[in-house]
Design a protein around this ligand. Structure first.
Ligand code: SAH
Length: 256
């Protein structure tokens, strides 16, 4: 950390590279071809153990470094260290690495060292969830994380309020955990100040992973569903409706 700031293009010391790769929500079918290439060509793959378990085939013959959920900074520092040894490093994020993923941290920590970093996008949970629900994101939407670990709760509440008042479709990430339920309860209360109780709510759990569950509920009843850390919640706007097992937000076309 005491290193002198170098230009981002100065590779005179011969550092390797870091690619921050999104692996999509779980199943390999959701991996982009670019992510596949990066994982195939990597010498070192670093990631949270749960994510590395999703890509066993890519770990064979490579140095795999996994760590627990609370060690994001350590993990990125390790990536920088390995890159400075001249290695081709991949840091894995679920979904898209630039959406509450590892991309920001890797860029922040690697910039003083002149390491070349590439962010390889992935299918974020919001896109994947929308697809299995039907077409709920056909109009303006916003993603809000209910995790107040790194963001003050007051800030989150203000954003929920603004999103609801603006009639956005709202996607909730990190909606609840076993011990943390009050945020989703409060979020629903805020939505009900502006949205109809019958507004469809898509609840998508363990998408593309074991135990996948897709449910369409509404604001009234949504808390009857089991909502946890592996769930993405999609709250419709005032035009969103349910048709069979699909959630649709009309774009606004005149239909015959
Ligand atoms: N970088 C990730 C998001 C990290 S935030 C991405 O782009 O998808 C973590 C939150 O994403 C989870 O709490 C959950 O709300 C959502 N999520 C990630 N993977 C999911 C999956 N397979 N099924 C349902 N929700 C998921």
């Amino acid at each position: 950390m005491e290193e002198e700031k170098k230009s981002g293009h100065d590779h005179s010391g011969g550092p390797g590279t870091i690619q921050v790769v999104g692996i999509g929500p779980g199943d390999l079918s959701q991996l982009t071809f670019k992510a596949h290439q990066a994982l195939t060509e990597a010498q070192v793959i670093i990631g949270y153990s749960t994510y590395l378990e999703l890509i066993p085939a890519y770990l064979e013959g490579k140095e795999a470094i996994s760590s627990g959920m609370m060690k994001e900074v350590d993990r990125c520092q390790k990536a920088v260290e390995m890159a400075l040894q001249g290695k081709k490093v991949v840091v894995v994020s679920s979904g898209d690495p630039g959406v509450y993923g590892m991309a920001g941290l890797v860029l922040e920590l690697s910039s003083p060292h002149g390491i070349q970093v590439e962010v390889v996008p992935g299918v974020t949970a919001a896109n994947a969830a929308a697809a299995v629900l039907g077409a709920p994101l056909m109009h303006d939407f916003t993603v809000i994380s209910l995790s107040d670990l790194l963001t003050p709760w007051e800030v989150i509440e203000k954003r929920l309020e603004a999103a609801a008042a603006g009639d956005f479709i709202v996607i909730l990430y990190n909606p609840a955990s076993k011990k943390r339920k009050k945020q989703i309860i409060k979020a629903r209360e805020i939505f009900l100040l502006h949205k109809d109780p019958k507004t469809p709510v898509g609840i998508v759990k363990n998408l593309y992973r074991d135990g996948q569950e897709v449910t369409i509920s509404n604001l009234d009843n949504m808390l009857k569903q089991d909502i946890d850390m592996f769930t993405t919640v999609v709250v419709g706007n005032s035009k969103t409706y349910q048709q069979g097992n699909q959630m649709i937000t009309p774009r606004g076309y005149n239909l015959p």
